[in-house]
Design a protein around this ligand. Sequence first.
Ligand code: PLP
Length: 393
Amino acid sequence: MNMPRAAGRPFMALPGPTNIPEPILRAMDRPTEDFNSPAFEALAAGCYRDLKRVFKTDGTILCWASSGHGAWESTIVNLFRPGDAIVIPETGAFSTWWAEMAGLFGAEVVTLPGDWRSAADPDAVEDALRKDTERRIRAVGVVHSETSTGVLSDVAAIRRAMDAAGHDALLMVDTISSLASMDYRMDEWRVDVTVGGSQKGLMLPTGLGIIGLNDRALAIAREGGSPRRYWSWQRMLDQGGDLPKFPGTAPTQIFSGMRVALDLLFEEGLDNVFARHRRMADLVRLAVEEWGFELNARRPEERSDTVTAVRWPEGHDPNAFRDSLRDRFNVAVSHGLLDLAGKIIRIGHLGDLNETMILGLLGAIEANLAIDGVPHRPGGVRKAIEQVTANRT
Ligand SMILES: *Cc1c(COP(=O)(O)O)cnc(C)c1O
């Protein structure tokens, strides 16, 4: 059967990729340019400089034509030799995959078990580091916003725990679903390596893995690591002049988009961007609880402002709901991953979103709950409207 054309734009409520604002789309709609030209180098230099303001670092920024997975892999091959130990608190699917990747390259991964509903536990990190009397642990890797569970971890608290243990392991943080959407302070929190990507808070297409590094991380990479070429941090810096050299062809159009994305973020003001994400997240959480569903993140202070994982009623299939929502309303929400498969749906609320879009999203979800006969209390949308009204008085 031919499906009728879905009118309107596909409504992205995935926790990445996010919808791309019109000015960014238009900026990328341009001919390919010479990536060795002074014009492109100036464009890229400006982007690297301004990304530091988003990471809140004076360190080094590097990018690859890759997804976030590539930037992850770069952390492992640049920093670890087979047999090095690395601590990764288990927060959900993304921490699990990062750990799995490190294990594949021969790292000995110390996972600190978690319940997939809570933040990384600073006490457990401190404990693991204190036990490491032989100093085999080289790094602690934390996922800031665990996109699979909707849980936010406290990076500053993890750094305090590392200090308390008196251990000199590096701190690496995956900010792929929090960067440019929630407060993140690489230098102030003394993070050594920050992993980011283009298609979430930066509102760009998938295609750039982005990394922030301090000098300590670079020095350790110079001394150690595993065989690498494409992912080599030092090679990009050695081959570049003032600007890191792309290993191969630079994806020029995405930088044209990034220029506009950064301008939009700074024009709104990063603090206002974060406050807006908090408001949007609150609307979603209010509606979800009013419907009678349980939020996967147990503690209010650990709830990510970019993604909400909703525990689904027993006996009802969240994936069927996700599919019918897409087919009926052209709205994309996401499913549960690994341990949470078949138990939750995930509503992404990051990037270029306003109240109108969130109310539309919640309206479509509430209607679809009724149509599909998923048990719920109506009134989530009304609750969200009341909140919008209260915010504006
Ligand atoms: C999306 C995401 C990734 C993976 O990024 P890709 O660009 O899909 O490779 C890793 N970590 C977190 C926390 C994410 O949200």
